[in-house]
Design a protein around this ligand. Structure first.
Ligand code: 13P
Length: 284
């Protein structure tokens, strides 16, 4: 069932688990996300980024995501991921999104606050909730490149000021996390995360969850992360499955080939949901 984004996040925060926000670009990825959520009886977030909306067409992708969310047996929210445009935020809110992410992290602090405030105002007009980002998360959310974790990290004192000044519902932080693949062992700055948690009471979000070991994820949940974004590992499962099938059989039977790829993605998503649940029995 389609469920408000903030209700899901708040429930995760109260109960000490995290939600997976899984990026979709098309029908098959959306199917994999929903099948995994239903198999695990878990709430889930379907994330569509600006790049995906451009690729598939906003209305087409939104109707796939919202249609699947409405038909699901578990709680599902549809969320706009990494957006820098108020117009695009409003367009998604009009289509029925209950959560949007404004990303002013590339801007100077004051400009990020201004953009985020305008986005909060837009979201509130539709009864929706909003996530914003402070600090720079390296990498591009649509590509799968390898990155060093040397970007500007979120400053805890600035995080407190940012949340107070903007009224956002969730804060995406940069604590050594990257989009795409990590170069070497991922090392998150847990002391920084702890300091941010002590000063900020809204749910914290960690982007770039592909490649994070389960123990790292569990520690981040203990320190207040309630939402992890996953994209790269799903796309890798999709392309690896398509490549292997075509090399092995040269079979162009679309339902069979894509169906097998959906199962491969579903497996990856189920594993993530299991770790994010942090030992909790999730209410669907
Ligand atoms: P990954 O591609 O590293 O999983 O990151 C996804 C993400 O943060 C999308 O916003």
């Amino acid at each position: 069932m389609l469920t408000p984004w903030n209700a899901l996040l708040r429930r995760a925060q109260e109960r000490g688990y995290a939600l997976g926000a899984f990026n979709t670009y098309n029908l098959e990825i959306t199917q994999a996300i929903l099948r995994a959520a239903e198999a695990k009886h878990a709430p889930v977030l379907i994330a569509t980024g600006s790049g995906a909306l451009k690729y598939a067409g906003s209305e087409a992708l939104a109707s796939i995501a919202l249609g699947h969310a409405r038909a699901a047996t578990t709680s599902v929210a549809v969320h706009l991921d990494h957006c820098t445009s108020i117009e695009e935020i409003v367009a998604c809110l009009r289509l029925g999104y209950t959560g949007v992410m404004v990303d002013g992290s590339a801007l100077p602090f004051g400009e990020n606050v201004d953009l985020t405030r305008r986005a909060v105002q837009a979201a509130r007009a539709y009864g929706a909730s909003i996530e914003a980002e402070l600090g720079a998360i390296v990498g591009d959310e649509d590509r799968a490149r390898t990155h060093e974790t040397n970007a500007a990290m979120t400053d805890p004192a600035q995080a407190e000021e940012f949340v107070r000044a903007t009224g956002v519902d969730a804060l995406a932080v940069a604590v050594g996390n990257v989009h795409g693949f990590y170069r070497g062992e991922p090392r998150l700055d847990f002391d920084r995360l702890r300091e941010i948690r002590a000063l900020v009471d809204v749910p914290l979000v960690l982007h770039g969850a592909s490649g994070l070991p389960p123990e790292t994820i569990k520690q981040a949940i203990v320190l207040g992360v309630c939402k992890f974004n996953v994209n790269t590992e799903i796309r890798v499962a999709l392309f690896d499955s398509l490549r292997a099938q075509l090399l092995e059989s040269g079979d162009y039977d679309l339902p069979k080939v894509f169906g097998t790829a959906v199962t491969a993605m579903q497996r990856v998503i189920e594993e993530k949901i299991e770790v994010f649940a942090h030992g909790q029995i999730l209410a669907p």
